[in-house]
Design a protein around this ligand. Structure first.
Ligand SMILES: *[C@@H]1O[C@H](CO)[C@@H](O)[C@H](O)[C@H]1NC(C)=O
Length: 386
């Protein structure tokens, strides 16, 4: 009995001791956790204040950037205004002093080169012509006849009709009048004229009783042929290097000659500017080139082009013939831009145009469309003043 009592007391004592140890242990852990909590707390508040500081710095920097941006914008505005003023001054100087192209060019090289070219063209050409017409629409179409193959050219000069069948022949047909042409069977009523060499492409024109055509052997030569005397008058190498077909849809033509109110033009393309169509003014007497321009008009999908009052109109189509349309214009006097020349559609027809030749006397287009000889009547309006 006693032993049991002692045992119980011992057990209680042991339990009490154990409890105490547990309490001590828990207390130590709690202290440790408290320590760590306070450490975290400290760290967190440090982070928070650091973050706040960083945020303040960022705000300050952003404000600085905003100010810089404003300063930059006002600087740009100032520069823009200065450029405008310089341009206006150039314009003024040019109208005052058009006779010094060299000085002009040097001054302007400081400015954009594109502007230089445009301004120079304007200065030089504004005086040369009073012709102010531009095409507004195609008012009518008349199919006169079907004679010849898919490609060719026809036109009228001094009352006579000329027919050039194919892209590499040497015999053209001359009809005494439009009536002779429309009423005759094929080419039976025509006078056949055989040239000393065959023509290349469909770029030829008849102008003041002379035929101008391109002969292609090793080099592309411009030939002038007197149709009344049936003799070659003159010929000259076309002065552009590395020539390309001027329209991708009619690749036989390297130089397309055109006649307008101002005379003779050549529409051509070279490797140097291979994506675009170039233009040259040709002196019909000497066959020399008076001036050359790069136009913004693409060669790709172009089928033909012509010139009216110093403005080139380029007609485009697609490989599968659809509706021809004039989608690019270039005016040497800089009065017509693509903006004020809306796309002009040709009436829906059979195929693509092989050639489009403008007659300045009649304001008609002579078109060759898959062997059909077609006349288009043009609706004109006045070019806008700049
Ligand atoms: C026109 O040329 C085509 C080939 O391009 C030929 O088949 C046709 O006979 C020619 N017509 C005339 C009238 O010369």
């Amino acid at each position: 009995m006693r032993i049991l009592q002692i045992f119980l007391i011992l057990l209680c004592g042991l339990a009490a001791a154990q409890q105490q140890t547990l309490m001590d242990y828990l207390e130590r852990r709690l202290l440790a956790i408290e320590d760590r909590i306070s450490l975290w707390h400290e760290q967190t508040s440090r982070y928070t204040s650091e973050l706040r500081e960083f945020k303040q710095q960022m705000v300050a920097q952003l404000e600085g950037l905003d100010k810089n941006k404003e300063a930059l914008r006002s600087e740009l505005d100032a520069v823009g205004a200065r450029v405008d003023r310089v341009e206006r001054e150039m314009d003024y100087l040019e109208t005052q002093n058009g006779a010094q192209p060299c000085v002009d060019v040097e001054d302007k090289l400081v400015e954009q080169q594109v502007i230089v070219a445009k301004e120079r063209n304007k200065a030089k050409y504004a005086k040369l012509t009073d012709c102010r017409d531009m095409i507004e629409s195609i008012k009518g179409m008349k199919i006169l006849k079907r004679v010849g193959g898919t490609k060719g050219m026809w036109s009228k000069d001094s009352g006579k009709v000329y027919l050039f069948n194919g892209t590499g022949e040497d015999t053209l047909y001359q009809f005494g009048s439009v009536r002779d042409f429309t009423s005759s069977q094929g080419v039976a009523a025509a006078k056949a004229v055989t040239l000393p060499t065959s023509w290349q492409g469909v770029g030829h024109v008849v102008y003041n009783n002379h035929l101008y055509y391109m002969r292609a052997n090793e080099e592309i030569r411009l030939v002038k042929f007197d149709l009344q005397k049936s003799s070659e008058v003159d010929s000259a190498v076309f002065p552009a290097k590395d020539q390309l077909p001027v329209y991708t849809l009619n690749p036989e033509t390297y130089v397309d000659l055109a006649v307008d109110e101002e005379g003779l033009w050549a529409i051509y393309a070279t490797k140097e500017n291979e994506k675009h169509i170039s233009l040259a003014k040709v002196d019909p007497k000497t066959l020399s080139i008076e001036q050359m321009w790069d136009t913004p008009c693409l060669r790709e999908n172009a089928e033909a082009a012509f010139v009216v009052c110093g403005t080139v109109y380029v007609a485009y189509n697609s490989k599968l013939p659809s509706r021809s349309r004039i989608q690019c214009v270039f005016d040497v006097s800089d009065m017509v831009t693509d903006d004020d020349a809306p796309t002009v559609y040709f009436p829906k027809r059979y195929g693509t145009h092989s050639s489009l030749k403008y007659s300045p006397m009649e304001q008609l287009l002579y078109a060759w469309d898959d062997g059909y000889q077609i006349l288009y009547k043009l609706q004109m309006k006045k070019k806008l003043e700049v």
